[in-house]
Ligand binder design. Structure first.
Ligand SMILES: [Zn+2]
Ligand SMILES: [Zn+2]
Length: 377
């Protein structure tokens, strides 16, 4: 026997068809003349083609396993010959271009594209969820031709140039000898059919643009950038193909009072020094209605007061974030004579007439307390 085809492909004698195919594809990629033009490699490339031609064909493989030479028996011109019915070339192209070996006409029907629409919601809608009607403008199936693309009363016809195959073949000469190559049929663009009288409504595309209203359920807890997927509500594909998905991207309008960070809400209340010192209750319109924020006597500037479970609902799994009220104490200014006298008396009573302040390393005041509040401490 002249050549050990199993050795050429580097597979065992009991290798499966799948293993043989994989080994061939790997070698074809490595040794393809476009990658590796030197004559030795080309010789080896021809060898692996011959080996694959034999081992991938059950009949030729049987002849070979029994000690025969299937290539000379087939009269294909020996190693490297690309005779009629030889499937090797398309496999080389597949190996090289990664195309699946799809032969025959391509379908006029294809899946449509996904579409995206932005939707603005208010903070309370994001916090609790809602339903909204949205207007979408997408391609839908043309009702005149029902996606076929042909005018009513007419139909698509088999292309006479490729006789429905969707591709035309051409014989070219190359280093491999005569090679048959195929390309999509120029008359039917590879569809295998032509539409002599396109539908007047959709110009043969099988779909038209249409505006419709959709009701979207917005789950509680959505945030800026959250995308809600509506399966099959996107663009219908050419030829009445299945529709892509529609993505609704949430954009949250800023709230007048609350700033959202994750599922927590933050706001600042500004208090006169006296209220902070004596304590008070301040009404606050929360997402859940009017509530009273309890300012304890002696509240410091920069302190934060959490209202638990008054934030945004967690998108996944129950519970809510907090509403955090940051306190800012205002020092009185523009004192009249009586006020100034009162504060001087207060300072005297507290032994603070010559207060010198207290220094400490770092930032122990407002900033660090704010930071702690943001970190949830
Ligand atoms: Zn139509
Ligand atoms: Zn054609």
């Amino acid at each position: 026997m002249a050549t050990d085809y199993y050795a050429v492909l580097g597979v065992r004698r009991d290798a499966s068809q799948d293993e043989i195919k994989k080994a061939f594809r790997r070698l074809a990629r490595e040794l393809h003349p476009d990658v590796n033009p030197d004559p030795k490699t080309q010789e080896r490339f021809k060898e692996i083609n011959a080996a694959y031609e034999v081992l991938s064909d059950p009949q030729k493989k049987q002849v070979y396993d029994l000690g025969g030479d299937p290539l000379s028996a087939a009269g294909g011109g020996g190693a490297g010959g690309f005779g009629a019915g030889f499937g090797g070339f398309s496999d080389i192209m597949d190996a090289f271009f990664g195309t699946a070996s799809q032969r025959g006409p391509r379908s006029r029907t294809r899946r449509g594209q996904d579409a995206m629409i932005r939707l603005e919601v208010e903070l309370d809608e994001a916090a609790f969820g809602t339903t909204k009607d949205i207007q979408v403008d997408t391609a839908v199936v043309c009702t005149t031709c029902e996606g076929e693309g042909a005018a009513p009363g007419t139909s698509a016809q088999t292309c006479d140039m490729c006789r429905g195959r969707g591709e035309v073949s051409q014989v070219t000469r190359s280093f491999l000898g005569q090679v048959m190559t195929s390309r999509p049929c120029p008359q039917c663009q590879g569809f295998g059919t032509v539409v002599p009288t396109p539908c007047p409504e959709c110009a043969g595309d099988g779909r038209v643009r249409s505006r419709r209203t959709l009701t979207v359920k917005i789950p509680a807890g959505v945030d800026n950038g959250t995308r809600i997927q509506l399966a099959g509500e996107g663009e219908v594909g050419p030829g009445g193909g299945p529709a892509g998905d529609l993505y609704v991207e949430i954009s949250e309008r800023p709230h007048a009072v609350f700033q959202r960070r994750g599922d927590d809400l933050h706001c600042t209340v500004t208090l006169p020094m006296t209220a902070a010192a004596l304590g008070t209750k301040i009404p606050l319109e929360t997402l859940d209605g009017l509530e009273e924020v309890d300012i304890r006597p002696g509240t410091q500037s920069g302190q934060s007061i959490p209202l638990h479970q008054r934030g945004v609902t967690h998108l996944r799994g129950g519970g809510r974030g907090d509403l955090i009220v940051h306190v800012e104490v205002q020092t009185p200014s523009k004192l009249d004579a009586e006020q100034e006298e009162l504060i001087r008396r207060l300072a005297k009573l507290r032994g603070e007439e010559r207060a010198s302040g207290h220094f400490a390393p770092g930032q122990q005041g407002l900033f660090s307390r704010l930071k702690d509040a943001f970190n949830g401490r």
